[in-house]
Every structure is written in structure tokens, then in C-alpha cells.
Design a protein around this ligand. Structure first.
Ligand code: NIG
Ligand code: FE
Length: 449
């Protein structure tokens, strides 16, 4: 029987055990609290202490039960030093947690903070005029082929001062946080030259230092071939391999490639991802957004952490992704903006693929910052159930970023929560466009509201 490795109590005696970082190590809530106090004293990190009571509906996403969201009603949550140490019906809340600073949610619903696992948040300029042209009939691929689209943002980004990139990205990230996003993945990809790709990743990491928001950085030097290499694709690939990756890899956790029509072929993408692997960057892939271009198969072949977009996907390809353990990151706001059919979210769920939802926030195909809106689109346009959509925007996103502490509320989880100004998570898809985040909590501190 599993026992707390520190006090020796069983799961039954201690209420709940969390598995530790090594096999055969488990820890109960009380020992975790003690351990985090010791750790906080030994390091500078001190997360907040907080207790929420009067939670009408607490979405925990705890695995194992029949209820996907594992909702607890009339609940309380306690956070010590930034980590959840107690969750359950308020009636059972131990007296010592009642003394923590906190507030009564007065029946409101509480969710794990949203995890936005796919964004292109750092860029200069905007492309409203191009958006207008698309609404008048031009296609995204026509714009891209004519040297607009991504290339236009690359030109603006290269020309921007570092302060401008940081300021505009901070504004967007601040709005994301205000709408309940507590972790965000940020890709480079609007530099396409060594110095600017490095600068984009540095700005992304700086966002995480300046805002109460966790940032995961991804190198996307293979977004498109830089304009100056248009007639020398080989030269651009060599630039990525020989110069960009060595300079960018220390700043990023992942490498992504836009493997699609007008961007990179399967063979080119494979080459970039394998070079990235030599720099310890794990693979993700923009796959099957514009057509059936082999991206999904490549994602499965290289064991990509995620395959993103997937607007064009068959049941066989979904099965490949499932077998490869690849998370499907779906981006309904991008398909909405491009006015193309949505990715087959239902098919992926039914095939047993782990699904995440993300904004894809970028100036071309999805100038959307709100994960709440993405949840609404996933329900209304893609046919996910509200439960599937909420789970995918929280736990699914965390799994897409390989972060076991995010996207759920249970002992040991990050103290990242959104308190909705509504009594049920159902209001998120029900009221698209509203910002229902009443308070946002990051590492146990109230950071919004
Ligand atoms: O995820 N597909 C490629 N990249 C972005 C679009 C970037 C842009 O248009 O600026 C996307 O949709
Ligand atoms: Fe994207």
C-alpha cells in the first residue's frame, strides 16, 4: 500500500498522497506543506498562502473518476507557499487552514488557471489591413505567397526596438492574465535571423519575470523561409542548424516547425527537429493546418510532444497521434479567423487523443487573447462538450507543456486558479466574449481582482 515517504501514513490516513519526483516517493498534504516551508526558506521563492471558501463549483480535473472535471461542490481550497495543500468540501476544511488569509467566493465557480499552450505572443505591428483583404476574398495562402502575412510581421519585428516588443507583448500577456491564463507558451518565429530570434525568446522569458504568469518558450525559426533566403532554402536550413539553434536553444524548451504548404516540407521539418534534438529541444509541430501535408504523420514519427492545428485530419491520423502519445493542440480561433472548417475535435476525443485548446494568439490568423473565448468556440464551432473544452483548456494545455503541476486542483498542484463571476463553468461557453474572470490567483497570490 502506498504510504507517505515522510510520515509513513497511508493514503487513507492522510487523506491523499501525491507521487513524488522519483518512483516510490509519495507525500501527504501535511508533509508537503512542511517540505515547501523548508524549501521556501532555503530558496528565495515564497509563493502565497491563501484559502478560498464558499466555492460553489470547484473544477479539480482530478483523474480517475467518471466525472471528467471531478467537480467538488460547496468546496474549499487551501494553498500554502504557492502549492495546493488541501481541497475538499468546505465542511471538512481543517481548522488550521481557516486561519490562512483568504476570501469567500460566495458560490462562485473556481477553475484551474488556463494553460494556453500555443501562442505567437511577441511580435511588432499588426495586420488589420490584411485581415480586411481576406474578408474581401483573398486567401491566407495568397497573402503569404505574395510576401505578406508572416513576412510582413517579420519585417515589422526586425525593425522594432526591444522596448517596443516587450511593451506590446506585456500588454497582450496582461490581458491574457486578466482573462484567467496563468501559464502561456510563447513561440519565436518573427525574426528568422539569429539576433531577432534570440531577442524574441528573451522578451518571452522577460514576460514571465515581469508578470505573474509562467512562460514556456519555443523556438520557431522554421516558421517560413526568411525573405532573403527565398531562392536558397538549403542556406536557410543551414542557418537554423548552424547558428540559430546554438544561439536559441539555451532560451527555449521546445522547437516547433510550420510544416505546411508555403512553409516547410516534411523532410525539412524532420531535419530541423532532429537538429533541435541535438540541442535538447523537444519537438512540437504546426501540422495539417492548411492541408494534408504529412505533418501529422511526422509528429507521430518523431514523437512530437504536440501536433497543433490539425484542421485537416483523418481517423487514421488521429490513431497515429494517439499511439505516439502526441497531444493534439486545437486552435479554434485560428480556423474561425481563416473562415475554414474547424479541426475534428470530437473525432480526436473519441479516438482517445489528449486534446488541448489554445489561442494561437498572433497578428495574422488569430488576434485572440482569451482562453474563455477559445473554450466557447470549441463548444459552439467544434462540437466539444463544455466539460471536454474546459478540461482541454486547463489540464490538456498543461499536458501539452508536460507540466504535471498545472491544470488541476489537488494536493501538490500549482496554486493557479480562476474564480469566475458565475456559479458554473458552463457560463464560459454560454457567454462568449465576456471576461468572466472575477479573480485570478497565481502561486497562491491574488494577481487580478
Ligand atoms: O499558427 N501557421 C502558422 N503560424 C501562425 C500564423 C502566423 C501569422 O500569420 O502571423 C498560426 O496560424
Ligand atoms: Fe501557430
Amino acid at each position: 500500500m502506498a504510504r507517505c515517504s515522510f510520515c509513513g501514513r497511508s493514503a487513507e490516513e492522510a487523506g491523499h498522497l501525491v507521487s513524488g519526483p522519483r518512483p516510490n516517493v509519495a507525500i501527504c498534504g501535511e508533509c508537503l506543506e512542511l517540505a515547501s516551508q523548508v524549501a521556501a526558506e532555503a530558496t528565495d521563492f515564497i509563493g502565497g498562502d491563501l484559502v478560498l471558501t464558499g466555492v460553489g463549483e470547484l473544477v479539480t480535473n482530478a483523474p480517475g473518476g467518471d466525472d471528467l472535471l471531478a467537480v467538488v461542490r460547496a468546496a474549499a481550497v487551501a494553498i500554502r507557499r504557492g502549492r495546493v495543500t488541501w481541497v475538499g468540501p468546505e465542511a471538512d476544511l481543517p481548522a488550521r487552514y481557516r486561519e490562512l488569509p483568504g476570501f469567500d467566493c460566495e458560490g462562485r465557480a473556481v477553475l484551474p488557471g488556463f494553460v494556453d499552450a500555443h501562442t505567437h505572443l511577441v511580435f511588432a505591428g499588426e495586420r488589420a489591413a490584411e485581415f480586411g483583404r481576406r474578408l474581401r476574398g483573398e486567401s491566407y495562402e495568397q497573402v503569404l505567397a505574395a510576401g505578406g502575412g508572416i513576412a510582413a510581421t517579420v519585417a515589422a519585428t526586425r525593425a522594432a526596438g526591444p522596448d517596443d516588443l516587450l511593451r506590446t507583448a506585456m500588454e497582450r500577456a496582461g490581458r491574457m492574465l486578466a482573462a484567467g491564463t496563468t501559464t502561456v507558451e510563447v513561440k519565436s518565429g518573427y525574426g528568422l535571423e539569429v539576433a531577432t530570434e534570440v531577442r524574441l525568446l528573451e522578451v518571452a522569458l522577460e514576460l514571465g519575470r515581469r508578470l505573474p504568469l509562467d512562460v514556456v518558450a519555443t523556438f520557431l525559426g522554421a516558421h517560413i523561409v526568411a525573405a532573403e533566403y527565398r531562392s536558397d532554402r538549403e542556406g536557410y536550413l543551414r542557418l537554423i542548424e548552424e547558428e540559430m539553434l546554438p544561439a536559441c536553444a539555451p532560451l527555449a524548451a521546445y522547437c516547433d516547425v510550420f510544416c505546411d504548404r508555403g512553409a516547410f516540407t516534411v523532410d525539412e521539418a524532420r531535419r530541423v527537429l532532429s537538429a533541435a534534438g541535438r540541442h535538447r529541444l523537444r519537438p512540437r509541430l504546426h501540422a495539417n493546418q492548411l492541408g494534408q501535408t504529412g505533418g501529422a504523420e511526422l509528429a507521430a514519427e518523431v514523437g512530437a510532444v504536440s501536433a497543433d492545428h490539425l484542421d485537416h485530419l483523418t481517423a487514421e491520423q488521429a490513431e497515429l497521434l494517439r499511439r505516439a502519445g502526441c497531444v493534439a493542440v486545437l486552435l479554434p480561433a485560428a480556423s474561425l479567423s481563416l473562415r475554414v472548417p474547424q479541426a475534428p475535435g470530437r473525432l480526436l476525443w473519441e479516438a482517445g487523443v489528449t486534446v488541448a485548446l489554445a489561442t494561437d494568439c498572433n497578428p495574422g490568423t488569430s488576434y485572440v487573447e482569451s482562453m474563455q473565448l477559445v473554450v466557447a468556440l470549441a463548444c459552439l464551432e467544434m462540437g466539444l462538450t463544455p466539460e471536454e473544452a474546459i478540461w482541454s483548456a486547463t489540464r490538456g494545455g498543461a499536458l501539452a507543456l508536460e507540466d504535471g503541476a498545472k491544470g488541476w486542483v489537488g494536493i501538490g498542484a500549482a496554486g493557479d486558479l480562476v474564480v469566475l463571476d458565475a456559479d458554473s463553468y458552463l457560463h464560459v461557453p454560454y457567454r462568449p466574449g465576456a471576461n468572466l474572470a472575477w479573480r485570478v490567483i497565481k502561486d497562491g497570490d491574488v494577481v487580478v481582482g
